[in-house]
Design a protein around this ligand. Structure first.
Ligand code: ADP
Length: 479
């Protein structure tokens, strides 16, 4: 199952989505609320104006007729048209017209119609809902007007100014204005909530970045043990891990540099003090500057020379400054040349040199001199550690797309606890014995670096008192 990661990207998406959703909801709620309020406000206003018209129509009726006779028909009609329940009392409080209760139904064509359901009409509306009807300055009756709603009648008081022209703004302008105002409020609220959300969201991110900056400053200031405390698994945590890895690498290379300087100083000291000792002994007349003495001093200088050039080659490979002169080369040719150059030494040491160099191996992009040097170091070691009568075999063969080169000897072998370290810089299995035989513990390190510069790998197998197999694999790909 893929690991779910609550990364910064997801957090940002969720944060923005939340702010957006919140603003939409706030806007919708505010607008809906305002619209509802405004619509019912407008409806009330219209209801009162219509009730006012009914009220003045009744007063006109009385003015014209002089009494309330025949009012029931009139009330039925205007009540039906205006969908209002109307109860009219005369000056003595006697009911003169009542169109209640109105009922709704649908006609044949599906249109909704109102009809007067007739008696029983139910009790009279309470007195406070009646508005007096005036004629010639005296009260001639009273009317109660209601809209029949589901929960019971809702009484409407006539707007006494219904005849006067409204000089207020038209309701629609007011409506848009109020809706706009609530939209602005909604936007403001959503904005504030958004800012709070972003602040909460960014607090952790900025906190982690602050920690990283401080750690980087400490590292830059020379505190190589500076690390960040990584929390979570988001992108910042990844950056924190990358920083810690980088700091590990810096610390490690600094440690290596120090140990290298110490090791090199140590390696140089022995031959130098040998040379110094010989020269001082000659100056004091304790030693004759004869051929043998000079030869000893000369060998020490040769050793020093080789040590210095090995170290400088190693430094180049470590700084990735090694420039390879790549050409299409035959590994068989390279191996044959190396074998030829070691033949005199092998013979002098009574070590047999065998080869297995088949035809038909692919040509590879190689720096001939560097591969010769790497292979030379392996053959040199093998001959050096093989007693007279033993043998060293140099074999090449295909390996994947590339080639494998193997140097097998019947020499002393290497203890299994030392084997993993033989490619380490300045490592020697038995330092006291081996300085005399020539090596400073750089040969295999250099071989490894040269092979790795070609994209290859080196390896070693060994059994004590039986022999060793050192080899490297070179890939076919272009570098
Ligand atoms: P050096 O240049 O001193 O030989 P290397 O890096 O070449 O150093 O080798 C490291 C150590 O590995 C040596 O001290 C040596 O003891 C051991 N070694 C390398 N090759 C062989 C081998 N073919 N047989 C036995 N020991 C070996």
């Amino acid at each position: 199952m893929p690991e779910f990661r609550f990364g910064i990207r997801l957090r940002l998406i969720l944060g923005f989505a939340a702010v957006l959703a919140l603003s939409m909801i706030a806007a919708a709620v505010c607008t809906g609320f305002a619209a509802h309020r405004e619509v019912s406000h407008i409806q009330d206003e219209q209801d009162r104006v219509r009730a006012g018209r009914i009220h003045s129509a009744l007063a006109d009726y009385y003015d014209e007729a002089g009494d309330w006779d025949g009012l029931q028909d009139f009330v039925n009609r205007i009540g039906f048209q205006s969908e209002r329940e109307i109860v009219v009392l005369d000056a003595d409080g006697v009911v003169v017209a009542d169109n209640r209760p109105l009922r709704r139904r649908h006609d044949d064509r599906g249109h909704r119609v109102l009809f007067n359901a007739g008696i029983p009409r139910g009790p009279l509306p309470p007195p406070q809902y009646f508005t007096p009807i005036m004629s010639d300055g005296s009260e001639v009756g009273a009317v109660a007007i209601a809209a029949g709603r589901r929960g019971g009648p809702v009484y409407i008081f006539p707007d006494s100014h219904s005849d006067e022209p409204h000089d207020e703004e038209p309701p629609l302008t007011q409506f848009t204005e109020r809706v706009n105002r609530s939209l602005i409020v909604a936007g403001f609220v959503a904005g504030v909530v958004g800012i709070i959300l972003v602040l909460l969201l960014s607090r952790r991110i900025l906190g982690s970045i602050g920690g990283l900056t401080a750690a980087a400053r400490r590292l830059g200031g020379g505190d190589l043990s500076s690390r960040v405390n990584v929390k979570g698994s988001d992108e910042i945590a990844e950056l924190g891990h990358a920083f810690n890895n980088m700091a590990d690498a810096v610390e490690d290379s600094e440690r290596q540099r120090r140990s290298m300087v110490a090791d090199v100083a140590h390696e140089l000291r022995t031959p130098l003090s040998n040379i110094q000792g010989h020269i001082e002994a000659m100056q004091d007349g304790l030693l004759q500057p004869d051929a043998a003495t000079l030869d000893t001093v000369h060998r020490q200088t040769l050793y020093l020379n080789r040590l210095v050039s090995d170290l400088s080659l190693l430094a180049q490979t470590e700084a990735q400054e090694l420039r390879l002169q790549l050409e299409h080369e035959s590994i068989v040719d390279i191996a044959a040349r190396v074998v030829d150059s070691f033949r005199p030494r092998a013979e002098a040491q009574s070590v047999r040199l065998d080869t297995d160099l088949p035809d038909g191996l692919p040509l590879l992009n190689l720096d001939r001199l560097r591969i010769e040097q790497a292979l030379g170091n392996l053959v040199d070691n093998a001959i050096r550690h093989t007693p007279p009568g033993g043998s060293v075999t140099i074999a090449v063969g295909p390996h994947g797309d590339g080639v494998r080169v193997v140097v097998t000897d019947t020499g002393s072998g290497i203890p299994s606890d030392a084997l993993p370290h033989v490619f380490d810089r300045l490592y020697r299995v038995d330092p006291s014995r081996e300085r005399a035989t020539g090596g400073a513990g750089l040969g295999l390190t250099i071989a490894r670096r040269l092979v790795e510069a070609h994209g290859g790998i080196v390896w070693a197998e060994s059994e004590e008192r039986v022999g060793s197999r050192f080899g490297f694999d070179l890939p076919a790909h272009e570098h």
